[in-house]
Structures are given as C-alpha cells and as structure tokens.
Ligand binder design. Structure first.
Ligand code: DER
Length: 228
C-alpha cells in the first residue's frame, strides 16, 4: 500500500470510533484530513450525526466544504474525542511530537478539551525516543522573537525560523512565529516541555506529553493500536 493508503486506513479506523451525537476535535495535516473525509462519508452513508471543532483554518475549510457542522471551542468546551496526526509517536509512552503542519497551538487547545485523543499515523511516525526524526516546533510571539530565539537555543538546540513559500516568516492561525528546534534524541521530554513553557516569549510547543489515549498505526499488513 502507498503511504496515502496507509494514512487513509488509519484515518478510517479512527473515524469508525465516532458515535452519533459526538463532538469531535478535527486535527490538522494530511492524515487528519483523511479522517475528516471519512467522517463526512459516514454522515452521507450512515446518517452519522456529529459536531466538529476544527484545529486550524484549513481544517475548518475542508470540513465546511464537506458539510460537517462546526462549532468553536467556546461553544463546545467538552469534546468527546479528538482525532489527529503526529510527526513522532514514542512507543511505550505515546508522547508525541506534533506541529509540522504549523497548527500545534490550536491542536493542543482543542485536544486538551477532549475526553480522548486518538492519534492516527502510518508506521513511519513510530520512534523509540522523541527527537529522533523531527525538529521540535516551538511557537513564539513575534514581538522580541530574536531574544526568545536565543533563550530557546540556550535550552540546548538549534532553532530555525520557519519560513513560508514566499520566504517570509510563517505565520500561524494565531499570528505567531514557529521555531523548528533540533534537540536531538530526548532523554526527558516532559522536563523539556516544562522548560519551554517556562521560557519568556514561548507560547506553546509540539511536545504532547501524556495526551494521547491511543495511536492507530497502519502497517502494510493491517492496523495496530498502541496504548500508553
Ligand atoms: O502538524 C501537525 O501536528 C500534524 O498533525 C502533523 O504532525 C502530522 O501531519 P501528517 O499527518 O501530514 O504527517
């Protein structure tokens, strides 16, 4: 199967966990987009009833175009479930690195309000230690960002300001900058998460510690479900 077919298989498996009447956090990224499509398909074919709370403008646009009723987090502060992708999934802890799609702040806010977070991915996202494959995205306010850059660097990484396709600094939905930070393999992600949140100018980061209830992973020969 192609990587897209694997992502779609994981996405479909997660979409089938949604029951009518649920309020569901809709993640961001290519795998999450397959889950949004799968939910819309179930609405058509089975009459599934759900309310979606999107984690980004682009997910809101996709969901709206597919006829999924949407609500804001203020309107729906308690979600039954959230479905989202990840960049790295640490086997055992199920701690995550997320944020390659630039939506980590709204994702974390929505997912912190969900009773259960279901992560969907192809097997390439599984790692034995976080920081193995991906830089850690860190969202910073624009004001004084170079001073924040230096403070984050002092935590032991090489930050890189994320640029958009025009070569300008990438702006998140909340109008912040993102620093992609190479920390290398992390011995204590929870400690690093606390250090980052204690750094002046840092809004949020892509370490999702202890948030995932399960991870649905698509393998060539089937689906596996990982739990912490
Ligand atoms: O940016 C994000 O957090 C996305 O969920 C990302 O981590 C996964 O994106 P992908 O499904 O396109 O790999």
């Amino acid at each position: 199967a192609t990587q897209d077919e694997l992502k779609q298989a994981a996405a479909r498996a997660a979409a089938h966990k949604v029951q009518s009447g649920m309020v569901v956090g809709l993640g961001t990224g290519s795998t999450a987009a397959f889950a949004v499509s799968a939910l819309a398909e179930r609405m058509q074919t089975e009459g599934l009833k759900l309310i979606g709370v999107p984690t980004s403008v682009r997910t809101a646009e996709q969901a709206r175009s597919l006829g999924i009723p949407l609500a804001t987090l203020e309107e729906q502060p308690h979600l039954d479930m959230a479905i989202d992708g990840a960049d790295e999934i640490e086997i055992g802890s199920l701690n995550l690195i997320k944020g390659a799609g630039g939506a980590l702040l709204r994702e974390k806010l929505v997912e912190a309000s969900a009773a259960e977070l279901i992560i969907i991915a192809d097997a390439s996202k599984k790692v034995t230690q976080l920081g193995t494959r991906f830089a850690l995205p860190v969202e910073v306010v624009r004001f004084g960002w170079k001073a924040t850059f230096a403070r984050v660097e002092a935590l032991g990484c090489t930050p890189v300001l994320r640029l958009d396709e025009k070569g300008d600094p990438y702006l998140t939905d909340e109008q912040h900058y993102i620093l992609d930070c190479q920390f290398g393999p992390m011995a204590d992600p929870a400690k690093l998460a606390d250090q980052l949140k204690g750094t002046v100018g840092v809004v949020e980061h892509g370490l999702f510690i202890g948030m995932a209830k399960e991870a649905i992973i698509a393998l060539q020969d089937g689906i596996e479900t990982l739990v912490p």
